[in-house]
Ligand binder design. Sequence first.
Ligand code: PMT
Length: 222
Amino acid sequence: QSDDRLVGKKILVTAGGTQEDIDPVRFIGNHSSGKMGIAIANAAAQAGASVTLIAGQVKNLATLDSRILVTRVTSTNDMAQAVKHDFTDVDALVMAAAVADFQPITRADQKIKKNPDSDELTLRLRKTPDILKQVGQIKRHQFVVGFAAETQNLLQNANKKLIQKNADIIVANNVSNPGVGFGSDDNQVTILTRNHEPEKWPKMSKQLVAKKIIDLISDQIL
Ligand code: PMT
């Protein structure tokens, strides 16, 4: 079902996982399928917005509304560059992507060989750029929605992200609960904002979560 509430508004969405190369054949990744971010991009397009999706590793791009512009990225650095390139011009950003927190300090030029004298290999990692935090520092009119993927202390950790990343909303999900979070068709989220008590939504399809997030954004940017 389409409407035209967001006609003339620009919404930027990220989806999927980023990958950090270890060598030419190996990477560090995560289990994100991109379903949550794609559902948000589709809900925004169905409300009439001009939508750009910055997609990392995603499984079902075929379900994307044909009106959505897609930028494909691999690493967190690529995603950071793409988000910052588009951010100035948008009314809202939703960071649903599962962004790597660490990347190898060096990418080996050749495939790393097994050392016959050792059963161990040590990888040295450094922090990736925190995209949400960086845009939180430069945002002006833009309404910024982040996610928090937690396995413990959901509200406490998500609230820290709301403040430290200067987001307007954090959508918190406990990704250790079965049937929700990474890869599944459903999600169960709690909405954190600066001025209201956290709002726990029941388990529902990612499409419905997405539609309700777009309703929240519409209330703020219209
Ligand atoms: O893709 P699906 O299979 O549908 O799964 C959906 C999901 C579980 C991936 C999604 O609902 C979700 O929780 N996305 C955020 C995952 C994540 O990276 O969470 P985080 O708590 O590590 O990060 C907090 C926020 O900061 C997120 O908005 C993230 O996009 C952002 N971030 C994180 C690290 C980083 N270096 N830069 C960032 O911008």
